[in-house]
Design a binder for this molecule. Structure first.
Ligand code: NAP
Ligand code: MG
Length: 402
């Protein structure tokens, strides 16, 4: 056997829970360790270890990502009351992804993995539509109230000593009604914009951003201005050199263009638009098992993961000794994304090439009809009868093509 590919800087490896934790081990054993002399700094983000360390392990993993720059993360349980009972937890620990995002301050990009034979519900979408959601502010940190007939609501701004600076009437209520106050921060919008520009450049895809600046002449207009200012100042030349472009237009116009497009764009969304549209886009592309995700921080740290959860129902079947047919593709993409980025940063072209070969082997396997159960009903390809493989059989089928 040929020599294994050597690494320089370790990857930050964040292990996780349930079925994805099982897949994690198998992916490493079957698809990575035979070919790469894998160097990782391991953090166990499985729920028992988070509980044992009072969740410090999550924080340490995020800080290690800041130090090394590239992490790969397995899906993890976000505890609720039932999990506290099930795992006898000391407390209901916060979402690990929330903790990591707070420390790295990033934007999450989600991209579907496209294979021939699985047609999106929108047949014109030939390439990925990558969606970036701004994850701060707007209605997610809002203040709301109900108002009665005859009452008035005002928007009041005070200086740091509490002295009124301005006051505008929102509405004098003729009858019962509702009122809402939302905000955002220039700094947060700026880091969102920078993350989007960097992602577009790296992946050489155009960036589209839409808001409602014609109606919201101060609020949404600020988003538009910040994107335009940063683009003109820091990215215009780079985009032109890379043969891509940035387009701002009204959100309505973006939606219409997305539907008519062939994909192959990065769609930046305000918080609410991203919440709604990411579910639409994910559903339109078929299976949760085929959606990859990466958190990119404005200072250039990357954390790769699958968009789906720990696939609990499959895990319980696995515990009973049954074979499962769980889709490992998005988790494999987390590994290829991280290895490829590490290879790029450390100047190891063999590592980048390995990641590409692994992705190609996965796509070839599915396109030739070997896949996990979730894809069977979606798969339609002339002359190919899809065959359902168990979780490990699928990984071995991929390995045989590597
Ligand atoms: P989920 O694990 O994504 O699973 C939902 C359902 O989607 C599964 O039951 C399965 O359907 C299908 N599915 C998802 N991924 C699949 C795959 N790779 N292969 C085959 N089928 C797949 O979501 P959930 O059940 O809502 O959450 C389970 C746990 O994951 C929760 O504890 C939650 O906190 C956690 N979670 C973590 C993350 C993360 O770490 N990023 C994200 C979301 C959820 P069938 O059972 O019908 O086959
Ligand atoms: Mg949503």
């Amino acid at each position: 056997m040929a020599e294994k590919i050597a690494m320089k800087t370790p990857l930050v490896e964040m292990d996780g829970d349930e079925m994805t934790r099982i897949l994690w081990k198998w992916i490493k054993e079957i698809l990575i360790e035979p070919y790469v002399d894998l160097k990782t700094e391991y953090y166990d983000l499985g729920l028992p270890e988070r509980d044992k360390t009072d969740d410090r392990v999550t924080e340490q993993a995020a800080l290690a990502t800041k130090k090394y720059g590239v992490a790969v993360k397995c899906a993890t349980i976000t505890p609720n009351a039932q999990r506290v009972e099930e795992y006898k937890l000391k407390q209901m620990w916060k979402s690990p992804n929330g903790t990591i995002r707070r420390i790295l301050d990033g934007t999450v990009f989600r991209a579907p993995i496209i294979v021939k034979g699985i047609t999106p519900y929108v047949p014109g979408w030939k390439q990925s539509i990558v969606l970036a959601r701004h994850a701060y502010g707007d209605i997610y940190n809002s203040v709301e109230a109900r108002a009665n007939a005859g009452e008035s609501a005002y928007l009041v701004i005070c200086d740091k000593d509490g002295k009124e600076v301005s006051r505008s009437l929102i509405k004098q209520f003729p009858g019962e009604g509702i009122v809402q106050g939302v905000h955002n921060l220039d700094k947060s919008i700026e880091s969102f914009a920078v993350s989007c520009f960097n992602y577009a450049l790296e992946n050489k895809i155009p960036l589209w951003f839409g808001a409602k600046d014609t109606i919201s002449k101060t609020y949404d207009h600020r988003f538009k201005d910040i994107f335009n200012e940063i683009y003109e100042r820091d990215y215009k030349e780079k985009f032109e050199a890379a043969g891509i472009y940035f387009m701002y237009t009204l959100i309505d116009d973006i939606v219409a263009r997305i539907m008519r497009s062939e994909g192959g764009v990065l769609w930046a969304c305000k918080n609410y638009d991203g919440d709604v549209m990411s579910d639409m886009v994910a559903t339109a592309y078929g299976s949760l098992g085929m959606m990859s995700s990466v958190l990119v921080s404005p200072d250039g740290n990357y954390e790769y993961e699958a968009a789906h959860g720990t696939v609990t129902r499959h895990y319980y079947r696995y515990l009973k000794g049954e074979e499962t047919s769980t889709n490992s593709v998005a988790t494999i993409w987390a590994w290829t994304g991280a290895l490829s980025k590490r290879g790029e940063l450390d100047g190891i072209p063999e590592l980048v090439a390995f990641a590409q070969k692994l992705e190609k082997a996965v796509i070839d396997t599915i396109e030739s009809g070997e896949m996990t159960g979730d894809l069977i009903a979606l798969f339609k390809r002339e002359g190919v009868t899809p065959k359902k493989l168990e979780s490990r059989e699928f990984l071995r089928a991929v390995a045989s093509r590597l």
